[in-house]
Design a protein around this ligand. Structure first.
Ligand code: DON
Length: 571
């Protein structure tokens, strides 16, 4: 007995953080981040992270490095890095103390229409929605990256795109992660002759890990962009190849769609949570508004007192998720085509009304939750990387082809996959989409419209300074993965590595189920079941964040360990 007490005393004395020691590295954290003092890139793939860091070291700012990383990932991370997709970039500019949001989401080709993916019986033709030339929206990535570079970068396009060109033309060794990604999509990729030619041997087998992978067609496309800027992609021979592939396969993207593609710079959506400022993605992303809406609901509670991933905490979190995703289903869409009541949704008074619907002792079945109840007067495989430079500029960027390898269709002669972002529309409003999200007319298909997204590049500010920058892939799961990462830091005082690595849960209102990752104890799951939750063990992990935390002049980076191949490069 005495010995036990002594042991406990020793543990307390010996291992308690010394006074003044930064909580960031205290012993409560089982995971430690990568630490650096100058610049950092957290990326889902190593070579691209190193490209970004090299640009920083050579004097580029965070935007230069982000654009270089974005182009490099199009070569080294073909499942989601892209020039044929679209995305969102959130930028913090230190000198002006300003944040801005670059929306380079794909748009529906002009010929697209509400019933595009319905058959004669009015049913959704899923294969055509997911895996055909019609799945593709007009790509925005090239225009978006160039827009960000020209407006907020300091280096030339020639400089930042060159590393991607080198990786494509000289090649790079196939990593275990790339081999795994190609392997898990092999069957469908082999259905497209061009995708097969790009990544597989003639007999359809995979090349060995370590073999040099050259992508001369992609190098050619990138060189067109190097020479002519955005016109090198949206006009001329690259555009001709895209349109020819569309015309030969019932696709919709025309020369006019490509030439007319527009980047939109927007104000990010902002909220406040226990003294932190949350800056995140506005519509056509649903992410920022939902994150803030959930935080507003949670603010009246004391998650820390409940304990991290306790049943009480997860119950309230899940109930708040349901209410917010229910609102998503009705109100969210491209703000140019639908009135999206963001201000009301993120209003703290509205959160107070919603909170009354949370029963502390019982889960409310999703079927009993209707969107927007009491909403006061309505007014009107993706990937993420994060960059911070030595001057305090920060970029957090999520871009995507939608599914891993998009539609799995490559455009002959360009080395580029087509996105299947058209599947992010509600092919049939009121019925679940690819991510089982239910959406309304606000997200019905219409020519020129941007499909609703969940991509949520997000920053948290503390004392007016950027503190966390993060984001994730995962479709509908993106929002809750980002949310829990920042709550873990804000409420549970975890360092960024533990905040990102901790087990997550996900509820999106419909289907009515609470997905729970490994690491939430069986006891907690049982308590959640007793509270009425339909607890489901996810066989898959939830999200894959790339995060940087900034404190006391240091950068703390973490690449989510839920998937292979991520890297934090720094100098
Ligand atoms: O924009 C969206 O919400 C989806 N296209 C994102 C897809 C995604 O994250 C798939 N990745 N795992």
């Amino acid at each position: 007995m005495k010995l036990t007490r002594l042991a406990i005393l020793l543990l307390i004395v010996g291992f308690a953080p010394a006074q003044g020691q930064e909580p960031i590295l205290n012993f409560e954290n089982r995971f430690l981040p990568v630490i650096a003092s100058n610049g950092m890139v957290a990326s889902p793939e190593k070579l691209a992270a190193e490209v970004g860091t090299r640009i920083l070291r050579e004097g580029g700012n965070a935007v230069d490095a982000a654009v270089a990383t974005g182009f490099a990932l199009a070569v080294t991370y073909p499942r989601a890095g892209n020039i044929g997709g679209g995305g969102f970039m959130l930028i913090h500019l230190a000198e002006e103390n300003k944040q801005t949001f670059i929306d380079y989401r794909e748009t529906a080709p002009a010929a697209a229409h509400r019933d595009l993916f319905l058959d004669d019986a009015g049913e959704v033709e899923r294969m055509r929605e997911f895996f055909s030339h019609q799945s593709a929206g007009t790509p925005g990535s090239v225009a978006g990256l160039i827009y960000a570079l020209e407006k907020y970068g300091t280096m030339s396009l020639k400089k930042v795109i060159q590393p991607a060109i080198d990786l494509a033309s000289k090649g790079f060794p196939i990593s275990f992660a790339l081999d795994f990604e190609l392997g898990s999509r092999q069957e469908r990729l082999l259905m497209d002759a061009e995708a097969k030619r790009l990544f597989f041997r003639e007999d359809g087998s995979r090349r060995p890990v370590g073999e040099n992978l050259r992508q001369p067609d992609l190098a050619w496309t990138l060189k067109q962009i190097r020479r002519k800027g955005r016109d090198g992609f949206y006009k001329g021979p690259v555009a001709d190849r895209i349109v020819a592939s569309m015309e030969a396969n019932d696709g919709l993207i025309s020369h006019a769609d490509l030439a007319g593609y527009q980047v939109i710079e927007r104000q990010p959506v902002r909220g406040e949570y226990r003294g932190h400022e949350i800056v995140s993605a506005p519509p056509p992303s649903s992410g920022g508004a939902i994150i803030i809406q959930i935080l507003n609901m949670l603010e009246a509670y004391d998650p820390k007192a409940w304990g991290h991933n306790s049943a009480a905490y997860l119950h309230h979190l899940a109930e708040a998720m349901k209410l917010a995703y229910a609102d998503r289903s009705r109100y969210m869409g491209d703000p140019a085509y639908a009135d999206v009541p963001v201000a009301q949704l993120i209003d703290k008074a509205y959160a107070a009304i919603l909170r009354k619907r949370i029963d502390p002792l019982e889960a409310t079945p999703s079927a009993e939750i209707q969107p927007g109840i009491d909403l006061p007067g309505e007014s009107s495989d993706t990937t993420h990387f994060t960059v911070a430079d030595a001057d305090g500029n920060v970029v957090t960027n999520t871009y995507t082809l939608n599914f891993s390898f998009g539609s799995h269709i490559a455009v002959p002669g360009t080395g580029m996959f087509l996105n299947n972002e058209m599947a992010d529309f509600a092919a049939k409003p009121g019925f679940p989409n690819a991510f089982r999200l239910i959406e309304s007319d606000a997200n019905a298909i219409e020519g020129g419209k941007r499909p609703l997204s969940s991509m949520s590049p997000t920053m948290v500010f503390k004392d007016g300074k950027p503190w966390i920058a993060t984001g994730s892939p995962g479709g509908s799961i993106i929002i809750t993965a980002v949310l829990q990462t920042i709550i873990n830091a804000m409420d549970f005082e975890m360092n960024i590595a533990s905040a990102a690595a901790s087990a997550r849960v996900h509820h999106q209102w419909m289907p009515d189920r609470l997905s729970v990752e490994q690491g939430v104890s069986p006891d907690t799951r049982r308590l959640l079941q007793q509270l009425g939750h339909n607890v489901v063990d996810t066989r898959r992990t939830l999200g894959r964040t790339q995060s940087i935390m900034m404190e006391d002049g240091l950068l703390y980076g973490f690449t989510d360990t839920r998937r292979l191949g991520g890297w934090v490069a720094h100098y």
